[in-house]
Design a protein around this ligand. Structure first.
Ligand code: FAD
Ligand code: SF4
Length: 498
C-alpha cells in the first residue's frame, strides 16, 4: 500500500500515515488554470506540500513527489514505475472527488481505497445520526449537540457559564484609537520563495498580489500561529469578533483557516488550546466560546451540510438572482469605503475576516442581486482558505441565501449595520443616513429594493416580520425613488463607477 497524500491533507498524524511508510504526492499545476486564483493561494498550497514532503522524508517516509500538469499525468508516471500498486487516500471533503480519484487510478490499472478523513472533529456518521433524514439544518442545534458529544466547554451536562452561546457579547466595537496586536508574519524561506517565483511565471493572469506572503506553510509555523493567537489575540477576539476597523485587515481574528484547511493544524488542537486558555483564566468566556462556536459549530456544520446538500447546493438560486458581479470586486476601485477596504484586503492577502465576508462582500452582492454561482467563483479564486466544501456553503447558502438549507433568513442589511459595527462610514463619501438621492449609501436603496423584490419569498420566513413592518410604512413615492436609486447603483456597478 502507498498513501496518496493530497494537498489539503498535510497532517503527519493522519491515520493512513501510521500504517504505511510509502507516500505519493502529486503537485498538479493545471488546476490553477481553471480560475485566475490568487497567487498566494497557489503558492500556499504548493509550498505547504513541498515542506510536508521534506518533513515526511525526515521522518523516514519514502516519498514519491511528482510535479505535473494534471493528476492523470502524475498517475501515468507513477504507475509506469509501480504497475498495479494499491493506493490509499483519505476521502476528500469536496463533492465527488474521492470517486473521481478512484476512476483515475483504476483506469491506470491500480486500486484506490478511500478511508475516513480524520482532519475534522466530527464524522459523517455523527452528523447523520443527529440529522436523520432532515434536509435543512440549523447550526445552533448542531452546535449544542457537538458540545455535548465532545465535552468541550461543558460542566457535566451543562454548558460552562450556564449559556450555550455568548453571541451578544461578541458585538462590541473598539474605542477610538485602539489598534489590534500585530499579526504574526511567517517570512518565506527558500522553498517558499521558489514557489512564489513559479507561481508568478506560471500564472500570469492570477488575480491579487503575490506578496507580502506571510502565511504559515509548515506544521511548526501553524502551531506558532495558534500559540500567538491564544496568547496575544484571543482575549480581545471575543468582544471584537463582529467589528470592522478602517485600515485594519485582521483585528483579533485567528488567521488559522488556511492552515487548518490544509491539514497543517488539526481543529482539535485549536479548540483544545483555546479551552485550556479559558481554564487557566487567560481568556474570557465570550472569547473562548466564540472561537469554539466557529470551529466546532460552524466549520463542522458547513462541512456536513455541504456533504448532504450537494450537488444541488452549488447550483441553488432560490431568489433567481442574475446580476454580474460589480466591477469593484475586481478592481477594488469604488468610493464605497467598506467595499474598497474589504476587496483591498482580499486582493492584498487573499483574506478578509468573517464580518467583511458576510456583512460587506456577500451582503452587498446579495442586495445588489448577484448570481450566487458567480459570487461563489469570486470567493473561490480570491481567498487563501477557499476549498469547495467550505466556500460553497458559506457563499451560496449563508451569504447569498440561495437556499434555506442552513438558515431561515438572509444575512441582508442596509448601511446601518456597517455603520454600527465599523468606523468606515465616517470617512466615506456616501452618506449612510440617506437612502435616495445624490451620494446616498448604495447599501440602503438596494436593501429596501431587495426586500420589496423578494417579498413573496421572504415576508413569511422566520424573523423577517420587523423588516416587513418597515416595508409596509413606505408609500408609493418612496418606493419609486428607492427603485430609481437601486437601478442607478446597479448601472454604476456595471460601469465600474460605484
Ligand atoms: P476566525 O474568525 O478566527 O475563526 C476561527 C476559525 O473558525 C476559522 O479559522 C475557521 O476555521 C472557523 N470558521 C469560522 N466560521 C466559519 C464558517 N462559517 N465556516 C467554516 N469555518 C468557519 N472559511 C474558509 O475556511 N474558507 C472559505 O472559503 C470561506 N469562505 C467564506 C465565505 C463567506 C461568504 C463567509 C460568510 C464565510 C466564509 N468562510 C470561509 C468562513 C469564515 O469567514 C472564515 O473561516 C474565517 O473568516 C477565516 O478567518 P480566521 O481563521 O481568522 O477565522
Ligand atoms: Fe459602506 Fe455606505 Fe458606510 Fe459608505 S456609507 S462605508 S458605502 S455602508
Amino acid at each position: 500500500m502507498t498513501v496518496w497524500v493530497l494537498g489539503d491533507q498535510l497532517d503527519p498524524s493522519a491515520a493512513p500515515l501510521q500504517s504505511d511508510d510509502r507516500v505519493l504526492m502529486i503537485e498538479a499545476h493545471a488546476f490553477g488554470d481553471r480560475l485566475p486564483y490568487h497567487p498566494q493561494k497557489l503558492a500556499l498550497v504548493f509550498a505547504a506540500m513541498r515542506h510536508f514532503r521534506d518533513d515526511l522524508r525526515e521522518r523516514g517516509y519514502e516519498v514519491t513527489y511528482l510535479q505535473t500538469e494534471t493528476f492523470g499525468e502524475g498517475l501515468d508516471r507513477y504507475f509506469d514505475a509501480a504497475p498495479g500498486d494499491d493506493l490509499v487516500v483519505m476521502d476528500p471533503p469536496s463533492h465527488g472527488a474521492g470517486e473521481r480519484l478512484r476512476g483515475l487510478v483504476s483506469a491506470r490499472g491500480g486500486s484506490l481505497t478511500l478511508v475516513e478523513n480524520d482532519l475534522f472533529l466530527t464524522t459523517p456518521a455523527d452528523f447523520d445520526d443527529w440529522a436523520g433524514d432532515a434536509d435543512s439544518y440549523r447550526q445552533e442545534h448542531w452546535y449544542r449537540h457537538a458540545r455535548r458529544e465532545t465535552g468541550v466547554l461543558m460542566d457535566g451536562d451543562d454548558p460552562v457559564g450556564g449559556e450555550w452561546n455568548y453571541d451578544d457579547q461578541n458585538r462590541e466595537t473598539p474605542p477610538e484609537g485602539w489598534t489590534p496586536p500585530e499579526a504574526p508574519r511567517f517570512e518565506p524561506d527558500e522553498t517558499t520563495r521558489e514557489v512564489i517565483e513559479l507561481v508568478r511565471e506560471r500564472y500570469p493572469d492570477a488575480w491579487g498580489s503575490p506578496e507580502p506572503f506571510v502565511w504559515p506553510v509548515t506544521r511548526e509555523a501553524a502551531r506558532q500561529a495558534l500559540s500567538h493567537f491564544v496568547e496575544v489575540r484571543l482575549p480581545e477576539f471575543g468582544p471584537y469578533q463582529d467589528a470592522m476597523v478602517d485600515g485594519e485587515w485582521a483585528l483579533c481574528h485567528s488567521l488559522l483557516s488556511a492552515a487548518t484547511n490544509l491539514g497543517l493544524l488539526h481543529p482539535r488542537e485549536a479548540v483544545e488550546a483555546v479551552e485550556e486558555a479559558y481554564e487557566r483564566g487567560d481568556a474570557p468566556l465570550n472569547s473562548a466560546e466564540g472561537f469554539v462556536r466557529q470551529v466546532l459549530g460552524w466549520r463542522e456544520f458547513v462541512r456536513h451540510v455541504y456533504r448532504r446538500s450537494m450537488p444541488e447546493l452549488a447550483e441553488a438560486n432560490q431568489l433567481d438572482q442574475t446580476e454580474p458581479l460589480p466591477e469593484a470586486y475586481w478592481t477594488g476601485e469604488t468610493d464605497m469605503n467598506c467595499l474598497s477596504e474589504a476587496v483591498g484586503h482580499v486582493r492584498d492577502r487573499g483574506y478578509a475576516h468573517h464580518i467583511e465576508r458576510l456583512m460587506v462582500l456577500s451582503n452587498f452582492a446579495l442586495v445588489y442581486g448577484v448570481d450566487p454561482a458567480e459570487l461563489d467563483r469570486w470567493f473561490h479564486l480570491g481567498f487563501v482558505d477557499a476549498f469547495h466544501w467550505v466556500t460553497t456553503p458559506n457563499v451560496v447558502a449563508m451569504g447569498s441565501f440561495a437556499t434555506d438549507v442552513l438558515s431561515s433568513k438572509p444575512y441582508a442589511s442596509s448601511g446601518n449595520y456597517v455603520n454600527k459595527m465599523s468606523d468606515y462610514c465616517s470617512s466615506c463619501p456616501y452618506a449612510v443616513s440617506k437612502t435616495t438621492g445624490e451620494n446616498a449609501c448604495p447599501f440602503n436603496a438596494l436593501y429596501w429594493d431587495f426586500l420589496k423584490e423578494n417579498e413573496a419569498r421572504l415576508r413569511g420566513t422566520g424573523r423577517m416580520g420587523l423588516m416587513y413592518s418597515h416595508v409596509d410604512r413606505k408609500d408609493d413615492e418612496e418606493w419609486e425613488a428607492i427603485r430609481a436609486r437601486a437601478d442607478e447603483i446597479r448601472r454604476m456597478g456595471r460601469a465600474g463607477t460605484l
